[in-house]
Structure formats: C-alpha cells, structure tokens
Design a protein around this ligand. Structure first.
Ligand SMILES: *Cc1c(COP(=O)(O)O)cnc(C)c1O
Length: 345
C-alpha cells in the first residue's frame, strides 16, 4: 500500500512554516536566545514551547514502548483527528466511514472539512459488520474510524475483525483507543510496523486524569507522522500542558493505581445497577463508563438532573434506544448515583 498516493496533493506540495524554535535545535542551557522576539524576563512561560514536545514524547515512548519518531502530539485527540482529515481528505470529493453508535467528533470533523460520511451501523452486539464496511468503501474512502473500546457502547471490537479491516480497507484505518487503559486487550500500537495504513490515537484525557490540559496522542509510521508534522501548528501543545504532562507521566504508578480503583468501582457500580428496577440491560464494558438500557431514558435522565446528577442520555444514537451512559466516579459519587436511581424507581 502506497501511503503517498493517499495524501492530498496540496499537502504534499506544502512548504511547512519553520519556527524559530524549529530552526535552532542545539543544547540550549547556556545559549542566549534572541531569535523569537520573546520577552526575556523569566516567568516559566515567557519562551515558546518545544514544538516537538521532546520531553513528553520521551516519557510516553518509555511507557508505551514506541519510538519517539512514531509519535505526534496534539491539542487533544480532536486536533490530531483534524490533522488526519486535512492530510488525507480532499474537501467536496473524499469520504470517510464511521460505525455508529460511536464518538461524535468523527462526523463533526467531516462536516467541518466538507467530507462526506458513509456510515455502517454496528451489529446487535455492537461489533463492526466487516464485509458491509468493505463493500461500501470506494476509491474516495480515505479514512475508516474504529473506536475500540467504543464510546458510548463500552465494548472492544474483535481483533480478527479489526485486522481484516486494516488489511482490506484501501485507505487509512484510525483506531481510537481513548479508553484502552481500562481494557485488558492489548493496544494496536504494538502492531504499527505490520500495517502502514494504521493510525492509533490515545489521549491523556481519560485514564491519565488530564482532560483539562488537552493532550492527544497519535501513533503511526514515521511516514505518516512526518506528513502530519508538516501541517500541525508549530506550537500546538502549550508549555503549561507539556509541564503538567511531564509531571503526571513521571508518576505513572499513580495513574495505574487510579485505573485499578476505577475498575474496582466499575464492577461495584455494575453490581448495584443490576438491582435498579427500571434497568433492563447493562452492556459489557472495557471502559470507564457503563451503558445501560432503561424503561424511558429521557424521563430517567431528567429525574437524575433534578437530583443533581448529570449523566449522558444516548437514546437518539442508533442501536441505543433508551440507553443511558454512566461515567464511573468516586465511590461516594457512585453511591449517590445508585441511591438516586433507587429513589426514582
Ligand atoms: C474522550 C474521547 C476522546 C478524547 O478526546 P480529547 O480531545 O483527547 O480529550 C477521544 N475519543 C473518544 C472516543 C473519546 O470518548
């Protein structure tokens, strides 16, 4: 598969902006920087941030076992996904494939970028209909989004389905692994070398507890990373975000402890949800949330709001009629949720 043929001609021809911090990349400690028109008085953020976020990438590289050259960071996964669209999808010409019910940003970004959307709904077990997906794809289908574990359903897609899609889809396959740290399944990042058309995205927003700093991660071949690098805004990850990410990634034990405690809470929450009279089904989950079917989702949603608890009503999503999505909170928050559910039964 030739990735170059998938890249938009405009992007291939582009000469990237070269920032001051891009041009000089030496050992910086005893240098005098008079190149970027910054204010020279130190306050911790008076300098432009590292455009390649090398310290953050080096920690991620260690944790995930992936070389830095295969990593690109963005202002949240949302920026990473947008860069992918702008690299591969020609407006008013190309299309992408999504598998509803799934994460809403894939279609929002398609709409913003004037890219058509082909959708193939997941089957009754929320698994991809592999043959249908491959059949609906045409020569303008540039991106296929697989969200696994999937939001809002919580389940992971079967590995053999994912593999068949990567091998047979003639565009780029993006596996969105925002929730991978809550799952027992292995990340697909370990298989990047096998598949030149594979991009894996992750984020610090969920398991790492840093939704507020906006840091999304993209893992792909060096070839794909280098083209995404050509179009990313030079200073897309700000200095405060980089500093905070470094501190948190250095304390990876803490993240692992928190994930374990969220998983324990998730099991307790599922057990307790099973005793709520109007919940008829709880779907299997590999994420830090639980999807459940109730008698009347909108009524229950509003009743919980009145009790001061905000959850997500997913009833309008395909295959999710009368479904509510509950994020796993602290032990106290989960107890409050269960108490409130029982009081409205
Ligand atoms: C929460 C979430 C993300 C994270 O997006 P960020 O922009 O990194 O916060 C990505 N994908 C899915 C499916 C999500 O649910």
């Amino acid at each position: 598969m030739n990735i170059q043929n998938l890249i938009r001609p405009t992007i291939k021809a582009l000469k990237p902006y070269s920032s001051a911090r891009d041009e000089f990349q030496g050992n910086s400690d005893d240098m005098v920087f008079l190149d970027a028109n910054e204010n020279p008085f130190e306050n911790g953020v008076n300098r432009y941030p590292d455009p390649q976020q090398r310290s953050v990438k080096s920690l991620l590289s260690e944790i995930k076992g992936i070389p830095q050259k295969n990593i690109l960071l963005g202002n949240g996964s949302d920026e990473v996904l947008d860069l992918i669209y702008r690299t591969f999808c020609e407006p008013n010409q190309d299309n992408i494939i999504t598998l509803p019910p799934t994460y809403g940003m894939y279609s929002v970004l398609a709409n913003i970028n004037a890219i058509a959307i082909k959708s193939v709904e997941l089957d009754a077990g929320f698994q991809p209909k592999v043959d249908e997906i491959l059949n609906i794809a045409n020569s303008n289908s540039k991106l296929l989004f697989l969200c696994s574990p999937n939001n809002p359903t919580g389940n992971s897609f079967e590995a053999k389905s994912i593999e068949k899609l990567i091998k047979n889809f003639k565009g780029i396959v993006i596996i969105d692994e925002a929730y991978i740290d809550f799952s027992n399944n292995e990340s697909w990042v370990s298989r990047l070398d096998e598949f030149p058309n594979l991009i894996v995205t992750q984020t610090l927003s969920k398991a790492y507890g840093m939704a507020g700093i906006r840091l999304g991660i993209c893992y792909a071949s060096e070839e794909i990373i280098s083209v995404l690098n050509r179009i990313k805004p030079p200073y897309n990850v700000n200095e405060l975000t980089q500093q905070k990410a470094i501190l948190q990634l250095k304390d990876y034990d803490l993240t692992q402890q928190q994930v374990l405690s969220i998983l324990k809470e998730r099991e307790a929450l599922i057990t307790n949800l099973q005793t709520v009279s109007f919940i008829s089904k709880i779907y299997p989950t590999d994420a830090n949330f639980v999807l459940a079917k109730v008698d009347d989702a909108t009524k229950r949603y509003n009743q919980l709001i009145d009790k001061g608890i905000v959850i997500r009503n997913r009833t309008t999503q395909p295959g999710c009629e009368n479904c509510l999505r509950f994020t796993v909170g602290t032990s106290e928050e989960n107890s409050l949720l269960i108490d409130s559910l029982k009081s409205i039964s």
